[in-house]
Design a protein around this ligand. Structure first.
Ligand code: NOJ
Ligand code: CA
Length: 538
């Protein structure tokens, strides 16, 4: 094989640990991970009881989705009290104990912060509603008079990401902005009170010991001056591809800079990861400049088509983006907002095969990787949830856009639902689990060396052991059409066949791990369709 291009994300110098540059971060959707108290809903106690599993899996950190006080209109992304735990999930004491125990297990803890909007039950919004038009309480949110003779039309043409207009009118005639559900009023970040409040919230959790924050809608807080019209409908289709007056405004970076200063004032490298959508590479790179967030999610990777050209393009683009500013790239295949990748990749045996290959590809790339709970079990999207259970507000946009199917609880053990998700004797989880999931349980897969879980555990073990994996450079190697091959420092090669036919190539070294059976004969290796393999090379 010949060397083609070297791509790297240069490690910034100075700090000795930089743990986040190649961390594998496991996303816990708290509601669906493990139920500690038997009400059928996942909680902090449940997470605590599974830390052994997570450290055994070999991840470096956990990211907990919002567990704060919330009426759950958007399952916790509508926060009513940023400094408390919703009783459904436990107490502040449980949160402190979880952070402490996670650290004892060698796991860092990242929590979500939701700064673009609060819940409509947040004390601030309640006060704003009470206070009436013109009151200072309203200046913490985006209240405006309507258009039309009687103010009966929304102030502008902005649409909610969840569908419908982004404005709701109060009985007193004023409208308030909500880029998401009406129960999620947008804060006005022009107001210094909002800045002060969030810095205080960050301190609260940093003092409690968390290692960082995942910033929800990190590109959303600042809106274009004068709130100008977009000019056309169907705006959700343009998310991340065009400039919108409510996303990716320059002013948002001042907030990230201020937060970075705050994070850096704490010992032990506390980090921020941005959920940011931006129209171009350079605009995305701005979020991960050295004085802003440490990482940004890489949604382009998540949306790549299953073919070698698409994956190579998105990998090159991602490394280039991060490289522009010296940040590590991140890699993510699934999360709580998208269809699980086993299903996206074709479902059934095909989807599983590809998901196995994708895991090895992802974990071999330079930078930091995110694992969404259940992907290590090969869970598919649940497509046939009974209608009465579906409550995701995004279904308003289009029923097929509902996100309930990727949020079904995790099967831990036993042959029947709820598969150890809740303590024994409890029958019903908040979303029902498919009766067929017994063989997918953690317990079943731990017994099976050919399972998806075994593959993840071994890949994560090797990732820790091999010096070339994680942060650093990647060198593309020549490989047949439909395949990818790249080398990492320290004698490591990854080969992936994304095509529908077996592919033959020269053996790159000693086989370390493969997602399916590969045959080595003479100097050649035959990679079956949808297969990745890791090699120790000379
Ligand atoms: C992104 C979160 O991941 C999603 O679940 C939520 O609905 C929106 N932000 C609004 O907070
Ligand atoms: Ca519970």
């Amino acid at each position: 094989m010949t060397e083609l291009v070297q791509q790297s994300t240069p490690a910034a110098t100075g700090d000795a640990t930089r743990w986040w540059r190649d961390a594998v971060i496991y996303q816990i959707y708290v509601r669906s991970f493990a139920d500690g108290n038997g009400d059928g809903i996942g909680d902090l106690l449940g997470v605590r009881s599974r830390l052994e599993y997570l450290s055994g899996l070999g991840v470096d950190a956990i990211w907990l989705t919002p567990f704060y006080t919330s009426p759950m209109a958007d399952f916790g992304y509508d926060v009513a009290d940023y400094r408390n735990v919703d009783p459904i999930f436990g107490s502040l004491g449980d949160a402190a104990a979880l952070v402490r125990d996670a650290h004892r297990h060698g796991l860092r803890v990242i929590v979500d912060v939701v700064p673009n909007h609060t819940s409509d039950r947040h004390a601030w919004f309640q006060a704003a509603v009470q206070a009436g038009p013109g009151a200072p309480e309203r200046a913490r949110y985006v209240f405006r008079p309507g258009r039309g003779e009687q103010g009966e039309l929304p102030p502008n043409d902005w649409e909610s990401v969840f569908g419908g207009p982004a404005w709701t009118r109060l009985p007193d005639g004023e409208w308030y902005l909500h880029l998401f559900a009406p129960e999620q009023p947008d804060l006005d970040w022009e107001n210094p009170e909002v800045h002060a409040e969030f810095e205080d919230v960050l301190r609260f959790w940093l003092d409690l010991g968390v290692d960082g924050f995942r910033i929800d809608v990190a590109h959303g807080m600042v809106k274009a001056a004068g709130l100008p019209d977009v000019g056309h409908a169907d705006q959700v289709r343009m998310l991340g591809t065009e400039v919108l007056p409510y996303f990716d405004q320059d002013g948002v970076h001042e907030i990230h800079r201020a937060w970075r200063r705050l994070l850096d004032s704490y010992p032990g490298e506390r980090i921020a990861v941005a959920e940011a959508w931006a129209p171009t590479i350079d605009r995305l790179a701005r979020y991960v400049r050295p004085d802003e967030t440490h990482q940004a999610f890489n949604f382009h990777y998540l949306t790549a088509n299953w073919d070698a050209a698409s994956f190579r393009a998105v990998i090159e683009e991602s490394l280039a983006t991060a490289g522009l500013v010296g940040a590590p790239s991140t890699w993510v295949l699934s999360n709580h907002d998208v269809k699980r990748h086993v299903t996206r990749y074709g479902g059934g045996e095909l989807g599983l095969r590809r998901a196995r290959a994708a895991a090895l590809l992802t974990l071999a790339l330079p930078g930091s990787a995110y694992v969404y709970q259940g992907e290590e079990l090969g869970l598919p999207e649940v497509l046939d949830l009974p209608e009465e259970f579906l409550r995701d507000p995004q279904r308003l946009r289009a029923p097929e856009d509902g996100r309930d199917g990727c949020r079904v609880p995790i099967p831990w053990a036993h042959a029947e639902p709820p598969f150890g998700f809740s303590p024994l004797g409890i029958a019903q989880s908040w979303l029902p689990m498919p009766a067929s999931w017994g063989p997918l349980s953690v317990e079943a897969q731990l017994r099976d060396p050919a399972s998806m879980l075994a593959l993840y555990r071994e890949a994560l073990r090797l990732r820790r052991e091999l010096p070339g994996l994680g942060d650093g450079a990647l060198t593309w190697l020549d490989s047949p059409a439909g395949t990818l091959a790249f080398a990492r420092d320290g004698g490591f090669t990854c080969t992936v066949n994304l095509g529908p036919e077996p592919a033959a190539m020269p053996v790159p070294g000693e086989l370390l791990l493969a997602s399916a059976e590969v045959t080595v004969q003479g100097g050649a290796v035959r990679l079956p369709a949808d297969c990745a393999a890791w090699w120790r090379s000379a």
